[in-house]
Design a protein around this ligand. Structure first.
Ligand code: AHR
Length: 552
């Protein structure tokens, strides 16, 4: 018999008591946590696009990472790294954002079309970054423009992803924006730019749907005030050619908890009439966890934590910082409801991930590059679970950045490509895409740890659940650096049968994959057989676990 809603309410009360007053392990038969999955409380469909990626023309992301060149000895398809697109297909990469980031508002798309040998070379936005200083005139400071719009769209097609182009608001005109859309989307043979596209090898339109109206307009995108930016955006969207397509425009949104930006921008946009809000599909939110803590300086670079050399307390601090994303989503959503109660505008978290100080990058010219450890995998799983729990609010998210950079899924150089622990998480979680998110309640005693001689705490298990084609995907993170956690998993409204479970963990919290040792952190998958509504599972310390089990 399936457990009723009423008995769930009674049991939840017990669960809550259980959470706040944990009994001795001997009394609970080793069970210290509980996960209640509520099949009659669907939260909405998880957009596949929250499993999206971000690629900026920065350091080793595009050149060396994605683009190896048509004449390269490295296996490629039209200049694009072959092993990369194969790996992206494997995780069902849904959408890729390009060309930035801050680079976007300094990029002239005209430079990246036409015959490759005629394209101009330009200064890259990142040439003056502190990491680039003192390196001389290395190629990474300049843009050879070999990877332009056609190459990006080709990359997306090979990877099975939708292109998401961030336009330039700071340093190009509205007409240039119109013309970029025309180059991409005007019908074959219709305009001079359609002919140019055909001459560049693409007769049929690209039908690019997602367009970012600049990037970080409060900072590198032009230092606008919310009202100034709203007026720029209104000007751009007053007429942007559509060619019969339902285009989705993403406005540059807040950084972290800048509620004033969200409120000020939406107020200014709607001041011309509430229907102005209808022109915007998404408001971007950027959130990086800096691991700033514990006696380091406040310096923008040196003050950050290290990607590889960290203590257990840094592990916890980073996860606590990352968990803040949930309250940011809920907080901005609340502010958005003041001006857009029907919630026409969704959140697009198009940059997220941990960001450490320099030093662990594979090559000094991989600006913002960092080594990716088990900690980043746990962080990423936790972030994807947050998105899964907010399907109504979050329409898209793009992990920053795909390769040779911040929270990367890949590290590549020459003919070598390594799958990082973060890649494995995206693979484990791919079955959440398009699933119906189910409310799930995780209860258990918080974990205590010491921070600068004071007691601090972090949740004990967290995760998310979704249902698609009668397959339940349940993903769970155990953040403890040392304690496995046994949980009772109760399904309200369904019985489970067989399936499989994948686990990602390692004895060493610093474990990572490198060119010399590419499979130190990998996923272990095995078959499981359950029956009924309840089962128990022990989640290893420092782990990410994903079940895919069929309902019977
Ligand atoms: O991802 C690196 C940079 O972080 C992006 O260029 C910018 O948008 C953000 O500040």
């Amino acid at each position: 018999m399936q457990m009723s809603r009423r008995s769930f309410v009674r049991n939840s009360a017990l669960g809550a008591a259980f959470a706040f007053a944990p009994r001795l392990l001997s009394e609970t038969n080793g069970v210290v946590s509980r996960i209640d999955v509520l099949f009659d409380e669907p939260l909405g469909v998880i957009s596949p696009n929250i499993y999206g990626h971000f690629t900026e023309n920065l350091g080793g992301v595009v050149y060396d990472g994605i683009w190896v060149g048509r004449d390269s000895k490295v296996a490629n398809i039209g200049g694009i790294r072959k092993t990369l697109v194969e790996a992206l297909r494997e995780i069902r990469s849904p959408v890729i954002r390009w060309p930035g980031g801050c680079f976007a508002d300094s990029y002239d798309w005209h430079d990246g079309i036409g015959p490759a040998d005629k394209r101009p070379r330009r200064t890259n936005f990142w040439a003056d970054d502190p990491q680039a200083r003192g390196q001389g005139n290395v190629p990474q400071k300049f843009d050879p423009n070999q990877f332009g719009t056609d190459e990006f769209v080709q990359f997306c097609r090979l990877a099975g992803s939708e292109p998401y182009i961030a336009g330039n608001v700071r340093s190009l005109s509205v007409m240039d924006f119109d013309r970029w859309v025309e180059y991409c989307n005007s019908p074959a043979g219709s305009t001079t730019l359609a002919d140019q596209r055909a001459a560049d090898g693409n007769r049929e339109p690209f039908n690019v749907r997602y367009w970012g109206i600049g990037n970080e307009q409060w900072g590198c995108g032009g230092n606008f005030t919310p009202a100034e930016y709203a007026s720029e955006l209104r000007r751009i969207l007053a007429y942007l050619p559509r060619y019969g397509l339902d285009l989705s425009f993403i406005a540059s949104g807040p950084n972290v908890d800048d509620w004033n930006w969200t409120r000020g921008f939406l107020q200014a946009l709607a001041s011309k009439g509430p229907d102005q809000l209808l022109s915007v599909y998404g408001l971007s939110l950027h959130y990086y966890a800096w691991n700033l803590s514990r006696g380091r300086t406040e310096d923008w670079i040196a003050g950050k934590g290290d990607a590889v050399k960290f203590d257990p307390v840094d592990w916890y601090e980073l996860l606590v910082q990352g968990q803040r994303l949930e309250s940011l989503i809920e907080g901005h959503w609340q502010v958005m409801s003041e001006l857009d109660p029907a919630h026409h505008v969704k959140l697009v978290v198009d940059e997220w991930g941990p960001w450490y100080r320099p030093g662990s990058e594979v090559r000094p010219t991989d600006y913002l590059g960092q080594m990716i450890t088990l900690r980043d995998a746990v962080f990423s799983a936790m972030s994807l679970d947050i998105f899964n729990r907010h399907p109504e609010q979050v329409a898209m998210a793009n992990c920053a950045q795909m390769i040779n950079c911040l929270n990367s899924l890949f590290i590549a150089h020459d003919d070598k490509l390594v799958l990082t622990p973060v890649y494995h998480v995206f693979k484990m979680y791919r079955s959440h895409q398009s699933g119906q998110a189910l409310r799930s309640v995780f209860s258990g005693p918080d974990l205590q740890y010491q921070r600068d001689g004071k007691s601090a705490k972090i949740w004990n298990l967290k995760g998310s659940a979704s249902l698609r084609d009668r397959i339940l995907t349940l993903s769970v993170v155990n953040p403890s650096v040392e304690q496995p956690c046994q949980a009772e998993i109760c399904l309200y409204g369904a019985n489970v049968g067989s399936g499989e479970v994948s686990t990602l963990t390692h004895n060493d919290i610093h474990a990572h994959n490198s060119f010399d040792a590419p499979t130190v952190v990998t996923t272990e998958t095995k078959k499981v057989e359950f029956s009924g509504q309840t089962f128990r599972w022990t989640f290893p310390a420092r782990s990410v676990t994903a079940f895919q089990v069929s309902l019977v």
